[in-house]
Design a protein around this ligand. Structure first.
Ligand SMILES: Cc1cc2nc3c(=O)[nH]c(=O)nc-3n(C[C@H](O)[C@H](O)[C@H](O)COP(=O)(O)OP(=O)(O)OC[C@H]3O[C@@H](n4cnc5c(N)ncnc54)[C@H](O)[C@@H]3O)c2cc1C
Length: 381
C-alpha cells in the first residue's frame, strides 16, 4: 500500500514512544508481548487492522520444522543450521502453547500432524526424512502405509504438532502485551538521524521511537527497498466447508511436499488449502489478495479425490499473502544505517511454526544486539 502526498499533507501529532512495532500480525503481536515482558512500553501500528494479513488467513497448523523435509533441508543448509531451525520451531510451538494457557480463550488442540506421501517417490522421501529426524533426536513416527486408508502411500506422524485458531491467538497476544494498537495507520518512511531516536512517518502520526521493530512480512518490500529480492510476496488459497456431522481425520494433514494441507476447524468444518504448485506463475510474486479460480478448482478436485466423505458444501474461500524468504529461512537484522530499526520477516509459509522464536531473536537483537544465529539476515549480504 502506498501513501499519497495529500494523505500526509495534513496536521498530524508527533508522539514519543518507547518500542514501536510495525505490523499487527501474529509476529508483530509476539514481538510486542516479548518487548513488554522485557520491561518496555509498546505501540503497535498497522496499515489495516489486527490479523488482517496472513496471520488472519492461514490454516492454523503448528507443524515442526521448515518447508522441506529434514534430510533435504540438511542438503540445502547443513546439519547444524537445520538442527537449530527444528529446535527453533519446537520452541516456537511451546511458546504459543504457553500463550494459549495464559489467555484461556484460544481454541487449540495438540492433535499431532501427519505428513502424507501422495506417491511412492514421496514415500521414499518420507522414509529418509524419518530416519534423519530420528538420527537428529527429533521424535517422529514413520508409517510405511497410509494410516488414513485414503490412497496415500506412507506418513510421518509428529505427535507434538497441533492446530490453533490464529486470529484468537493474535488477539490474545495483543491483549497480554498491553500494547496500544493504532489501526489504519500505514508507515511510509523511517529515518534514523540520531543514534537513539528513530523517526517513523505514519499516516496518523509521526513517531519518535527509541526502538522500531518491523513485522511486515510479505509487505516489507513496499515499505523499504532493502527487502526487494529478499522477501518475495507469494499467494496462498484456502476453503472451508459447512460443519460436518463427524470428524474424518484426527490429525492435521500435510502432503505433496507440503503443497497440500487439510484439517478440521474447531466447529468441525473441513479446511483445505494449497495447490499453489500447480499454478506457480499465477501465485508467485504477487501481493494481490484475491481468489484464483484455478487454484480453488484444484482444491475442490483434491477434496473429491481424497476426501469423498466430505460432502458438505463449501462455506468460504479466501486467499492470503505469504512472505517467502529468498533462501527459505526467516530473516532477522537491522536496516542498513538504522541500528535501532530491526525486522523479523520471511517465514516462507511457516510463521506459526517459526514465528515466536524469530520474534524473540528479533527483539533480543534490537534491544541487546544479541546474535540471531542461523536466521541472521547478514547471511544474505
Ligand atoms: C492461506 C495461508 C495458509 C497458511 N498456513 C499456515 C500454517 O498452517 N502454518 C504456518 O505456520 N503458517 C501458515 N501460513 C503462513 C503464516 O500465516 C505467516 O507466516 C504468518 O502469519 C506471518 O505473520 P506476520 O505477522 O509476519 O505477517 P502478517 O500477518 O502478514 O502481518 C503483517 C502486517 O503488517 C502490516 N503492514 C504491512 N506493511 C505495513 C506498513 N507499511 N505500515 C503498517 N503496517 C503494515 C499488514 O497490514 C499486516 O497486518 C499461511 C499463510 C497463508 C496465506
Amino acid at each position: 500500500m502506498t501513501v499519497s502526498h495529500w494523505q500526509t499533507d495534513v496536521p498530524r501529532p508527533t508522539e514519543d514512544v518507547d518500542v514501536l512495532v510495525v505490523g499487527a500480525g501474529l509476529i508483530g503481536c509476539a514481538a510486542a508481548f516479548i518487548a513488554h515482558d522485557a520491561g518496555h512500553d509498546v505501540t503497535l501500528v498497522d496499515a489495516r487492522d489486527l490479523a488482517h494479513g496472513a496471520s488472519g488467513r492461514n490454516a492454523g497448523f503448528m507443524i515442526s520444522g521448515l518447508d522441506s523435509y529434514y534430510h533435504r533441508a540438511v542438503e540445502r543448509y547443513g546439519e547444524a543450521v537445520v538442527r537449530e531451525m527444528w529446535a527453533l520451531s519446537k520452541e516456537s510451538i511451546a511458546f504459543w502453547r504457553g500463550i494459549v494457557e495464559k489467555a484461556g480463550d484460544v481454541p487449540y488442540e495438540q492433535c499431532g500432524s501427519l505428513l502424507l506421501a501422495e506417491s511412492e517417490a514421496e514415500a521414499a522421501e518420507l522414509a529418509l526424512a524419518a530416519k534423519a529426524l530420528d538420527t537428529a533426536g527429533f521424535s517422529a513416527i514413520y508409517h510405511d502405509h497410509d494410516p488414513l486408508g485414503r490412497g496415500y502411500h506412507a506418513a510421518i506422524e509428529q505427535p507434538d504438532d497441533g492446530a490453533v485458531q490464529p486470529v484468537a491467538l493474535t488477539r490474545a497476544l495483543l491483549r497480554l502485551s498491553q500494547a496500544r494498537l493504532v489501526s489504519s495507520n500505514p508507515v511510509y518512511a523511517i529515518e534514523q538521524g540520531q543514534p537513539d531516536i528513530v523517526t517513523v512517518y505514519a499516516e496518523k502520526a509521526i513517531y519518535k521511537a527509541r526502538y522500531v521493530m518491523l513485522c511486515t512480512n510479505a509487505y516489507s518490500p513496499f515499505l523499504d527497498d532493502y527487502f526487494v529480492g529478499r522477501i518475495l510476496p507469494t499467494r496462498a488459497q484456502c476453503l472451508v466447508t459447512e460443519p460436518l456431522p463427524e470428524r474424518v481425520m484426527d490429525h492435521v494433514g500435510y502432503s505433496r511436499y507440503g503443497y497440500m494441507y487439510y484439517r478440521h476447524t474447531f466447529d468441525n468444518r473441513f479446511l483445505i488449502g494449497g495447490a499453489r504448485d500447480l499454478f506457480t506463475a499465477e501465485e508467485a510474486d504477487t501481493s494481490e489478495d484475491r481468489l484464483n479460480p484455478h487454484v480453488q478448482s484444484a482444491l475442490d478436485a483434491y477434496l473429491k479425490h481424497y476426501f469423498t466423505d466430505v460432502t458438505a458444501p463449501v462455506a468460504r474461500r479466501w486467499s492470503g499473502i505469504m512472505g517467502f524468504s529468498v533462501d527459505g529461512l526467516p530473516q532477522v537484522g537491522t536496516l542498513p544505517g538504522k541500528p535501532r530499526v530491526a525486522y523479523a520477516v520471511g517465514f516462507t509459509g511457516h510463521g506459526i511454526s517459526l514465528g515466536a522464536m524469530t520474534a524473540q531473536r528479533g527483539i533480543d537483537h534490537l534491544l541487546t544486539g544479541a546474535n540471531p544465529g542461523a536466521i541472521a539476515a547478514s547471511r544474505l549480504d
